[in-house]
Design a protein around this ligand. Structure first.
Ligand code: GDD
Ligand code: MN
Length: 373
């Protein structure tokens, strides 16, 4: 079948694609689409909702709307969670030259989109950040005091460690050339909330960044998904980028969990010894407790996006414990060999620990929490 030029010309090409990650945002979809229609009148746009299989069936609401308005599209992802990954997938699914990313919860001021687009069109700008921290912008209504202080601290860290100069590198509201994301995509993390910071920090050449201020609104329906593990992921991202991607955020979390395991182990050992158990029994018990603690923490933090539940939680624990024991044997072997060559107890010990940890990390990533599907 050939498509004639005339047929193609009849369709208007889309200039702006608005990508909106959703997780349990059912109530917000209709009002948001209404607002987009009003704000983007006169622009050739589309909106792509990327939903992580929300329990409240957000995607059904989107599909209903898209039946009557072709500018509205839905992507449903299953067995996956992650704001950054959802945004990335939405961006890569469109051919529009310019993409905007914004939240579904009406906290972002959609009337600023036209000013952002004008900036993208008029100058050699790669990225426009809608900021709460410059000009008329503010986060006063949308954040409580603790969030506000935390947000400021995280921004300070990103600016200092990564030399990012934007006033709001944590913003979830920005506009960017799709070609730039196409180029950076393989380097971007799927985890966490901080896609903007990741884009800025991962670009090999300095980006031309514009800013438009806006006022962060309070959330009306539903609730925020930002929690402690999002904060952990953020710190992981800052350190990963600071180390020039030598350390991945996942590896870092795995390492931190491992360190916590040492503390758990020693505490449990001490308690068991105090209870009067023999050393070998206490040591075995402490190891079990540490493995259990590491497994649970890794399952809910390090591999949160691939979390094992129900029966799979138990089978995963067995796998993890089995691989860890092999890791102990391999680590001991390596440190003994090392010690025979170079009788420095701490060097040999460190080498053994690194080998053990490396083995555990690799088997965890590739087997216990392998990407499903
Ligand atoms: N698909 C998908 N998957 N969407 C998600 C997920 C997820 O795992 N987690 C959150 N979302 C969606 C929400 O449904 C919402 O549309 C948007 O991402 C933002 O989530 P919120 O939970 O409302 O975030 P917030 O308001 O607390 O945080 C805001 O401020 C941060 C800066 O402090 C957001 O704008 C963040 O992007 C921003 O980094
Ligand atoms: Mn929000």
């Amino acid at each position: 079948m050939t498509i004639t030029k005339a047929a193609i010309a009849q369709q208007e090409s889309v200039e702006l694609s608005v990508v909106i990650p959703t997780f349990n945002e059912r109530e917000n979809i209709v009002p948001l689409v209404e607002r987009l229609r009003a704000a983007l009148a006169g622009i050739s746009w589309e909106v792509i909702f990327v939903d992580d299989d929300s329990g409240d069936k957000t995607v059904d609401v989107v599909r209903r709307l898209s039946l009557v308005d072709r500018r509205i599209r839905a992507i449903r992802r299953v067995h996956r969670r992650g704001l950054a990954g959802a945004c990335l997938e939405g961006i890569l699914s469109t051919s529009a030259p310019i993409v905007a990313v914004m939240d579904a919860d009406l906290q972002h001021d959609e009337t600023r989109l036209t000013a952002m687009l004008a900036m993208m069109r008029s100058s050699r700008i790669d990225l426009v950040v809608a900021t709460r921290y410059a000009g008329e912008g503010s986060s006063g209504e949308g954040f409580n005091r603790i969030r506000q202080a935390g947000s400021q601290m995280a921004i300070g860290m990103a600016q200092r460690l990564l030399k990012v100069e934007t006033s709001d590198p944590m913003s979830g509201f920005f506009m960017v050339k799709r070609a730039l994301i196409d180029e950076l995509a393989p380097r971007l993390s799927q985890q966490g909330f901080k896609i903007l910071l990741d884009v800025i920090a991962s670009s090999p050449k300095p980006l031309q960044i514009g800013e438009i201020s806006y006022v962060f609104r309070p959330r009306v329906h539903g609730e925020s998904k930002l929690d402690a593990s999002v904060v952990f992921e953020y710190l992981g991202l800052v350190l990963a980028k600071w180390s020039g991607d030598l350390i991945s955020p996942r590896m870092l979390l795995f390492g931190l969990v491992g360190l916590s395991g040492v503390i758990v182990h020693l505490t449990a050992l001490r308690l068991l010894l105090l209870e009067g158990f023999a050393f070998s029994i206490s040591q075995a018990g402490a190891m079990l407790v540490a493995v259990l603690s590491n497994y649970t923490l890794n399952n809910s933090l390090t591999y949160r996006d691939r979390r094992r539940r129900g029966l799979r939680f138990l089978t995963g624990l067995l796998l993890f414990a089995a691989f860890c024991s092999v890791g102990v044997v391999a680590g001991t072997g390596v440190s003994s060999l090392f010690y025979a060559q170079e009788p420095q107890w701490w060097l040999a010990g460190l080498a053994g620990a690194m080998i053990g940890a490396g083995w555990n990390y690799i088997t965890s990533s590739m087997i216990t929490w392998r990407r499903s599907g």
